[in-house]
Design a protein around this ligand. Structure first.
Ligand code: NAG
Ligand code: NAG
Ligand code: NAG
Length: 444
């Protein structure tokens, strides 16, 4: 059958569509201009630079810090002590090595940027807006094309490092994704800030961001369109998914003390070449797909994805993916899992998962006692994946089917001299997860 001119033209269009579209799947960039091409190139370089060829140095360093902190604190805490929620303003408690770095400083408001030295794990060294000016958000409104000075969107597109704070508590409803730029900190301490009922935060082809102490919930998909995405650039976006925080080709990211729930898609996604990330001290509830780390089994640069998930509380009404990992390396350490409906940790394409000192409480459903779920692979294949559990506490019949090299968790464990931090301390370590109420001139 002869192909008419018209048909061949549509065939040409069809091919063009796939050639252009497939490698940039889900990038949400409708128009890849020089500005975004440059950011993408930079992100690829950043991935190479931020990747650590010796992840055991990072996991050991992290574990050693936890053990040292517990020893310093001389935690003679009993379960009863732990269950009693102490007065929020009682003498400052900083129960884990990240919090201990800044939390008990009554002058936190003057020393806000000290936080920039506190990240541990793969996101260690993330400094965000350190050494930049303080930018105070005074206006909760959002204009995606002409962001007003004093709004969060105006702040995040500024060139150069910026430490973004809030004048008071506010509800910010984003009309489209908040497109961040490099070297920024969003610091919600001292204000009750909710980002909700609109689009979420997108950290795409960006390096060095801290997001701290804000509530993010009820995030919705948005249609896209023209959005100001740089100090002097407008981008054209396609429809967004409704993720709480979407990390895309992002490096050196630290997410700490966030309270997140009820987003339409993922709570946090880290996809398409992310690495050097720590998610710590957060509280997650009421959500289906919690973390997606890697979106495509075919995207091999995700082998360089390295993420620490520590001191988080995975709370009520969560379903699955805490996290769900492809190809990369995730250190899941000292987290509290109080509930999952289907499973806690999943993955495909041979990711490495080192689970240490977590508390896993299984649901009552006998079919959901297993922590892990391996996808798209038969046991002959996944038996070689390094998914190791060391020092985890299994509650209510929870099980963790391990695979891979039995020595792998030893390799990534703590210093030989120090005892490995036990999971029964987890309620103490995560006691202050989620947002903190910080009052001037008092410890947070
Ligand atoms: C912890 O308990 C031991 C023995 O019960 C005691 O000797 C030690 O002083 C306690 N440490 C702290 C910091 O309370
Ligand atoms: C971020 O800060 C670093 C260190 O100061 C600098 O080298 C880099 O160019 C900055 N990135 C951007 C995109 O401004
Ligand atoms: C694990 O380590 C022990 C000694 O540390 C060694 O004898 C054994 O062969 C190792 N196993 C594997 C599978 O590498």
């Amino acid at each position: 059958m002869a192909i008419s001119k018209n048909q061949s033209f549509s065939l040409f269009l069809f091919c063009l569509f796939f050639v252009v579209k497939i490698p940039r799947l889900q990038a949400h960039i409708a128009e890849y201009d020089d500005y975004w091409r440059e950011r993408e190139l930079q992100a690829k370089e950043n991935l190479e630079k931020a990747y650590n060829p010796n992840p055991e140095d990072v996991t050991k360093h992290f574990n050693d810090h936890v053990v040292r902190t517990l020893m310093e604190l001389g935690t003679n805490t009993t379960t009863r002590d732990l269950l009693q929620k102490t007065n929020k303003r009682a003498p400052c408690e900083s129960n884990n090595p990240i919090d201990r770095c800044w939390r008990c400083d009554p002058n936190w408001i003057r020393n806000r940027q000290r936080l920039a030295d506190c990240a541990l794990g793969f996101g260690r060294g993330t400094t965000g807006g350190k050494n930049g000016p303080i930018y105070v958000v005074t206006d909760p409104s959002d204009d995606v094309i002409d962001p007003k000075p004093g709004t969060l969107r105006h702040a995040v597109i500024q060139h150069g490092p910026l430490w973004i704070t809030f004048a008071r508590g506010m509800i910010i409803t984003l009309k489209e994704e908040l497109l961040m730029t490099s070297n920024k900190t969003i610091d919600g301490r001292g204000a009750n800030v909710h980002i909700c009922y609109g689009a979420g935060i997108t950290v795409q082809f960006v390096n060095n961001v801290i997001i701290h102490n804000v509530h993010i919930h009820h995030i919705l998909p948005k249609n896209g369109g023209i959005v100001k995405d740089g100090a002097s650039h407008f981008g054209l976006r396609t429809r967004s998914d409704g993720d709480g925080i979407s990390l895309f080709g992002a490096t050196h990211i630290w997410l700490d003390h966030l309270s997140m729930y009820k987003c339409s898609d993922g709570i946090i996604d880290a996809i398409m070449g992310c690495t050097a990330i720590t998610i710590s001290n957060c509280h997650f509830t009421d959500h289906n797909d919690v973390f997606l780390f890697g979106a495509s089994d075919a995207y091999l640069p995700d082998k360089k994805m390295q993420i620490t998930v520590a001191f988080n509380h995975f709370g009520k009404k969560l379903v699955q993916r805490m996290p769900r990992v492809r190809l990369g390396f995730v250190h899941v350490v000292n987290n509290e899992y109080t509930y999952w409906l289907m499973y806690a940790i999943g993955g495909s394409s041979n990711p490495t998962i080192i689970s240490q000192g977590n508390r896993y409480r299984a649901p009552h459903n006998l079919a959901a006692k297993e922590v892990c779920k391996r996808e798209y692979a038969m046991p002959e294949e996944w038996k070689n994946w390094n998914w190791r559990s060391e020092g985890d506490l299994m509650l209510n019949g929870a099980t963790f089917i391990q695979s891979g090299d039995p020595n792998a968790s030893k390799k990534f464990g703590a210093d030989q001299i120090l005892p490995f931090n036990p999971a029964h301390k987890v309620p103490f370590l995560v006691k202050w997860s989620g947002t903190l109420i910080c009052v001037p001139h008092k410890p947070c």
